[in-house]
Design a protein around this ligand. Structure first.
Ligand code: HMG
Ligand code: MG
Length: 297
């Protein structure tokens, strides 16, 4: 059984760009976001309020939000790791944030400079304050399937981290395959473990396509009842703190599959592919998305 409609959580402007070495100008980021909204995407993860030295590409977070003209019916969530990030996000008028925890000790240290226990201590006041301010809060969990330093990750460990983050008051959970090593059986195992304590309606999946498994994994998740899928226009993306992380599932590849299955997304594939073709000229290299290359190559 498949859902009749899927919400696409578009991460192109954040996960898509955060790994780019050359800083993309603010006006290009703003045009990217405007074109994504124009293509029918309604959730645009816009940027991150992380330490500017850790992710220089997104040091302009406040400038991007100030320059963009928000479209009615579109939400613009941002990543926030700590209270300093929350202060900056609130000052920029943000209404929707995402914290991002790690399922593994090693990646917590590499990505957040915290142990697993310390990551909870960092996120807790962020979620409490954001919720009190009426913000929506998503919880990401990274390394839900494989970790470049620790290898395959136990689904029970993922469930424990997810449960802990959700118990802080987050209302949405995104399970991240940061390095793209997940395969469908393992996806099912993690969803089974996590949904013992988190309702499936709150669960999103976030696949990177390093090993070409992202669509198969997505279909598995949809059959398990997931209705929110993260993807990145043109298949851009990767995490600078995760060895071997490559691009996210391309939004075009996802929409091609969902269109074929008769699952509604509200996305105009032609407009989206035009946007990714335009972005690839901005970045100076072809899109890694198979569908973008087939339609616009
Ligand atoms: P830290 O060095 O431990 O920070 O970094 P600190 O708390 O010790 O503070 C040190 C200084 O940084 C202080 O300044 C703070 O004010 C400042 P000082 O008092 O020394 O002058 N500072 C900040 N400044 C601006 N904005 C902030 C901020 N925080 C502290 N938010 C920290 C800890 C968490 C900040 C750092 O490790 C960090 O920014 N990490 C983010 C890394 C990142 O963005 N990774 C990519 C996103 S995760 C991802 O891609 C995975 C995902 O896609 C899902 C998946 O694929 O699995 C979501
Ligand atoms: Mg990611």
């Amino acid at each position: 059984d498949l859902p009749s409609r899927v919400t696409i959580w578009e991460v192109g402007a954040r996960d898509g760009l955060q790994n780019e070495q050359t800083v993309v100008p603010v006006d290009v980021k703003v045009e990217f976001l405007a074109r994504l909204a124009d293509a029918g995407l309604t959730t645009l993860e816009a940027t991150s309020f992380v330490h500017p030295k850790w992710v220089p590409q997104l040091a302009d977070a406040a400038d991007v939000l100030a320059a963009l003209s928000p479209v009615d019916g579109v939400r613009y969530p941002v990543l926030v790791p700590n209270e300093k990030g929350l202060d900056r996000a609130l000052a920029a008028g943000v209404r929707h944030i995402a914290i991002f925890g790690s399922a593994t000790e090693t990646f917590a240290k590499r990505n957040l400079n915290r142990s697993l226990d310390e990551q909870y201590a960092m996120f807790e006041p962020v979620v409490t304050r954001a919720t009190a301010e009426g913000l929506a809060v998503r919880a990401y969990v990274s390394m839900c399937w494989g970790d470049p330093w620790e290898g395959p990750v136990d689904p029970a460990q993922v469930a424990a981290v997810a449960t802990r983050l959700m118990s802080m008051g987050c209302t949405e959970l995104s399970l991240g395959d940061t390095i793209g090593t997940a395969t469908p059986g393992h996806v099912q195992a993690v969803l089974t473990a996590v949904t013992r304590s988190v309702p499936i309606s709150a669960v999103a999946v976030h696949f990177h396509d390093t090993y070409g498994q992202a669509l198969a994994n997505t279909l598995t998740a949809l059959r398990a009842g997931v209705t929110t899928v993260d993807s990145s226009a043109g298949g851009l993306g990767g995490c600078p703190y995760a060895e071997s992380a490559t691009g996210n599932l391309a939004t075009e590849d996802l929409v091609w599959m969902l269109d074929g299955l008769g699952v509604r997304t509200g996305v105009d594939l032609a407009r989206l592919a035009d946007t990714s073709a335009w972005m690839s000229t901005q970045l100076g290299r072809p899109s890694p998305s198979r569908v973008v290359r087939a339609l616009r190559g």
